[in-house]
Design a protein around this ligand. Structure first.
Ligand code: ATP
Length: 236
């Protein structure tokens, strides 16, 4: 469904990504693991059309070339990003935040069904529809951010460090929700520092180091890979 081929991103003289290739299909949870500054956020931003990519990079969604498209057109193609730090509108209510997520043309027809599905997935949001978003807890705000992204009815949902600042219990709950979103056919591309928990729900994963993919495989094989254990699972 989503194919990334030979993707490179450069900020001035700093090469953030060099020749990265990845793919993700329907209903799959794919995790990207890497140290701080490895280029994980740059990968998601490049796919979402939020940073410029170098010539020779190619991004395709359902066979269509989306390289260099504006961010709002990429949302129309079915790719949604939950950015690091969530990016919700703090002064608006939960319901207003969700409504704003339905801006793409692709989302308008099924808007009320999608909203019902989101409230079923996150009952807390249904209980707090009229609460001002910034007064919600960190975990609840993360639900708002994910809910808002889902309102665009994406085929691919990308999340940048969604567990940041959440307790272990909330992280577990969050990852369980991601698994049920994937079960509805949405492909999930997840950037995470929390390797252990994210590999538990992932089907596949990639390792990224200084802008390059240095490993990939099934979540199971990554969990037993000594390099992964040493670098990301605290030496086992
Ligand atoms: P983290 O987990 O710390 O967010 P990351 O793996 O997501 O790290 P990126 O945010 O993609 O890494 O950054 C990759 C590299 O590019 C880093 O060295 C970073 O300092 C640099 N970088 C990111 N954004 C910019 C920018 N707008 N201008 C200049 N350099 C940037």
């Amino acid at each position: 469904m989503l194919e990334v081929l030979n993707l490179s991103v450069r900020y001035g003289r700093h090469q953030a990504l060099s020749g990265v290739s990845t793919s993700i299909t329907k209903g799959e949870v794919c995790v990207i693991l890497g140290a701080n500054g490895a280029g994980k956020s740059s990968l998601l931003k490049a796919i979402a059309g939020m940073v410029k990519v170098e010539p020779g990079s190619e991004i395709r969604m359902n066979g269509d070339r989306i390289t260099g498209m504006k961010a709002h057109r990429i949302v129309e193609k079915g790719i949604a990003l939950v950015p690091e730090g969530r990016g919700i509108f703090g002064e608006l209510t939960v319901a207003e935040n969700l409504q704003l997520g339905a801006f793409p043309g692709r989302a308008r027809s099924g808007e009320s069904e999608t909203l019902t599905r989101i409230y079923t997935l996150f009952p807390r949001l249904a209980e707090r529809k009229s609460q001002i978003a910034r007064t919600m807890s960190g975990g609840e705000q993360q639900m708002v951010a994910i809910g808002r992204a889902l309102m665009s009815q994406p085929d691919i949902l990308m999340l940048d460090e969604p567990s940041l600042g959440l307790s272990p219990v909330l992280t577990k709950e969050l990852f369980r929700s991601l698994k049920s979103i994937a079960a509805t056919g949405v492909g999930i591309l997840l950037v995470e520092q929390n390797a252990r928990q994210s590999l538990k729900i992932a089907d596949r994963g990639y390792l990224i180091e200084v802008g390059c993919i240095t490993g990939e495989g099934s979540a199971e094989s990554l969990m037993s890979d000594p390099a992964v254990i040493n670098a990301y699972l605290g030496g086992g």
